[in-house]
Design a protein around this ligand. Structure first.
Ligand code: CMP
Length: 141
């Protein structure tokens, strides 16, 4: 089925000048970018976006990192977009990410891991709505 997923190019990968290379990987994998925006997350935005992790020990560092510089936020659309995006991102910890994945090739640490991608249909819906209105999604379908 055609799905949509929320993707973020994190501050480390934006600072590293890897936006284009990462977008290329989405497109090569057959995912379409149907919405995109560059923004510097406020503390409130980062805390809200990662609210599910509020009680986790890494929450403070995660919010600090995600507000450390601009990010690119995009909606990807395609067949099995959620799973496909997670495959091309690689494991959350770059040290465990398979060769050829985005995190293997561009990421350094668990926080500075280059990209975020929704993990399930329900979170994808919530995360897309966090950043984009329906009228900002330029679907081909
Ligand atoms: P992301 O997919 O953006 O979702 C939450 C982020 O928390 C995750 O990627 C990592 O960058 C970061 N993080 C830091 N420590 C951990 C951890 N122990 N487990 C999972 N995620 C972590």
């Amino acid at each position: 089925a055609v799905e949509r997923t929320l993707s973020i190019v994190k501050p480390d990968a934006v600072a590293g000048n890897h936006i284009g290379e990462i977008y290329s990987r989405f497109e090569t994998a057959g995912l379409r970018i149907i919405a995109a925006r560059m923004l510097h997350l406020s503390q409130e935005q980062a805390e809200g976006f990662y609210a599910v992790h509020r009680e986790r020990p890494f929450f403070r560092d995660l919010v600090k990192f995600m507000t450390s510089g601009p990010v690119m936020v995009q909606v990807l659309e395609g067949e099995h977009a959620i799973r496909k995006n997670r495959e091309i991102m690689g494991a959350t910890n770059p040290a465990e990410a398979a060769a050829g994945t985005i995190r293997h090739d561009f990421a350094e640490t668990l926080d500075a891991n280059a990209v975020h991608g929704s993990d399930a249909p329900e979170t994808a819906r919530e995360e897309i709505a966090f950043f984009f209105g329906d009228d900002e999604l330029h679907s081909r379908n």
